[in-house]
Design a binder for this molecule. Structure first.
Ligand SMILES: C[S@@+](CC[C@H](N)C(=O)[O-])C[C@H]1O[C@@H](n2cnc3c(N)ncnc32)[C@H](O)[C@@H]1O
Length: 503
């Protein structure tokens, strides 16, 4: 039976949380902010549960700030996004000069909206250029305030907290936020075994795939019949002298741009019949535990991460609304493309290859987990999703892959091929000299693949993660392609260059 106290709390939550627009801090994999922003905007433009607010999104150095957003829209982002790491609800923002004011403001906050005795929390304080505050002292004050609302306050890497409260101070400006994800969003749950294959984080893998699909879209625009061009040598890694190897043929022209400068343009004589690059085959060399495979599957089949069955800290909070969550789960299922009638046309086939027994065993376990998650939602995991269906991962050396055999497997055309590459790098590979040789060999193998694919009037799209300038440069020099584009992100403290290519 509801008590008067809980009735009052409900009313306060309704008024202050659901009756007012909120603000959030969105965290993304370091360096991948623009693609994460693109995903946020795409979801907000097409919400399953429409909101009455027009949200403002701004990309800051390490976060995306979204203002004027309804909590239901925030929940939807949490459940649908693949590129985000965390979403933190801003619970206080204001000037806080001095420790005693900090304590006063902390005590005045409506902690009972966010916390209860079924939760344990971690507190993280980050104080920059602040006169009045010392991180440890602040943490003590906040712990003292919050402890009566929760079961436990924990600390340390191995702690299993329900959520994290963040107090970020810059000079006298304090922002307090609480993680709605709890366990970070890249922990989707499908990756049971963390093997020695040093997997890429799921959110970073999703960002790289999205970037690549955006890259080919921009290029498709350039190849479109309206004759728009792209500067041939623009940006890092673009080689104007490399012939445009494509069934469309190569044309060069010099035009004057709106600023009156001459621009050298390269464009195709025969435009693609459709400007969309439809992926027919996904080839994943160095597949490891399968992060690219699962992230691509989720994207292509619109299988929202929430359907994999993980929990969010939000679900434990007093402000949580089960009906809205259930509605969003129902929508996620309705939008999913796993039902056979929806995926029978234009669905890609997959081919994973890795020479490690351990990595392949982990991948097979993960595939089984993913299949179970799909069937728990009442869908059948598509038959013939893999080129060698009885064997989802091919245990072999990528460089020894018999391409003619691969091209003709099951008498099915390979079509346009998408190749995401995360080769072994860093400490595992040993010397830099070996890495450079590896990256050259990969480029040569890709050239061979592209030659065969182009004979069939199709193209190769892909990207490769390079751990150093040398590997990146060796790869770009050997690769014969029509267009490349490079961007950077950080993974485990290493600056990774991602070379995207179209061949
Ligand atoms: C960086 S890991 C890839 C991690 C993967 N992205 C994931 O999510 O797990 C590199 C993988 O390449 C595999 N590998 C190394 N040399 C190979 C080769 N010559 N042919 C095929 N696979 C290879 C390793 O076994 C390892 O699983």
């Amino acid at each position: 039976m509801k008590t008067e106290k809980s009735d009052n709390l409900e009313k306060k939550i309704k008024k202050n949380i659901y009756g007012k627009p909120q603000s959030v801090k969105v965290v993304f994999p370091p360096g991948l902010g623009s693609v994460a922003l693109h995903e946020v905007e795409t979801i907000l433009e097409d919400l399953w549960f429409k909101q009455k607010y027009i949200s403002q999104c701004s990309l800051l150095k390490n976060e995306i700030r979204i203002d004027n957003i309804h909590l239901f829209a925030i929940t939807e982002l949490l459940m649908r996004s693949q590129c985000l790491t965390d979403i933190r609800l801003i619970i206080f923002k204001g000037k806080t000069a001095g420790k005693s004011i900090f304590e006063k403001k902390s005590r005045e906050m409506n902690w009972d909206f966010y916390l209860n005795k079924n939760m344990s929390v971690k507190i993280k304080v980050d104080s920059v250029a602040s006169r009045a505050f010392h991180e440890t002292g602040l943490k003590e004050i906040l712990s003292d305030v919050v402890k009566e609302y929760v079961s436990d306050i924990v600390s340390g890497e191995d702690a299993h907290e329900t959520t994290v409260i963040y107090a970020d101070l810059y000079k006298d400006k304090l922002t307090m936020s609480i993680s709605l994800a709890g366990n970070q969003l890249y922990k989707r749950g499908y990756r049971g075994t963390l093997s020695a294959s040093a997997p890429l984080r799921e959110d970073a893998a999703a960002c790289c795939i999205q970037q690549s699909l955006q890259f080919v879209k921009r290029s498709a625009a350039y190849l479109s019949p309206c004759g728009r061009g792209r500067r041939a040598a623009a940006g890092e890694g673009c080689y104007a002298e490399v012939p445009f190897i494509s069934h469309q043929g190569r044309h060069e022209n010099t035009l004057t741009n709106p600023q009156g400068e001459k621009e050298k343009l390269i464009y195709a004589t025969t435009p693609r019949s459709d400007t969309q690059f439809v992926v027919d085959t996904v080839l994943i060399p160095f597949s490891g535990t399968g992060t690219f495979l699962f992230e691509y599957l989720q994207m292509a089949f619109r299988f929202s991460p929430a359907l994999i069955g993980r929990d969010y800290a939000l679900q434990k909070m007093p402000l949580f609304r089960q009906e809205n969550f259930n509605f969003l789960l129902k929508k996620a299922k309705e939008c999913c493309l796993f039902p056979p009638a929806l995926f029978s046309t234009n669905r890609p086939t997959f081919f994973c290859i890795d020479n490690s027994k351990t990595a392949n065993a982990a991948l097979l376990d993960n595939i089984q987990f993913f299949k179970n998650a799909v069937s728990e939602q009442g869908f059948d995991f598509p038959a013939q999703l893999f080129i060698e269906n009885d064997q989802p991962v091919h245990e072999d050396d990528f460089f020894k892959l018999d391409l003619l055999k691969w091209m003709n497997a099951h008498n099915q055309p390979r079509g346009n091929v998408f190749i995401p590459l995360n080769p072994p790098y860093g400490i595992r590979l040993g010397k830099n000299k070996d890495s450079v040789a590896l990256y050259k060999n990969i480029a040569m193998k890709l050239n061979e693949i592209a030659r065969l694919i182009q004979k069939e009037q199709k193209n190769v799209l892909g990207f490769i993660l390079c751990p150093s300038e040398e590997t990146w440069s060796a790869f770009c020099k050997v690769l014969i392609c029509s267009e490349t584009e490079t961007y950077h992100f950080t993974q485990g403290g290493i600056d990774i260059r991602v070379c995207q290519f179209i061949m």
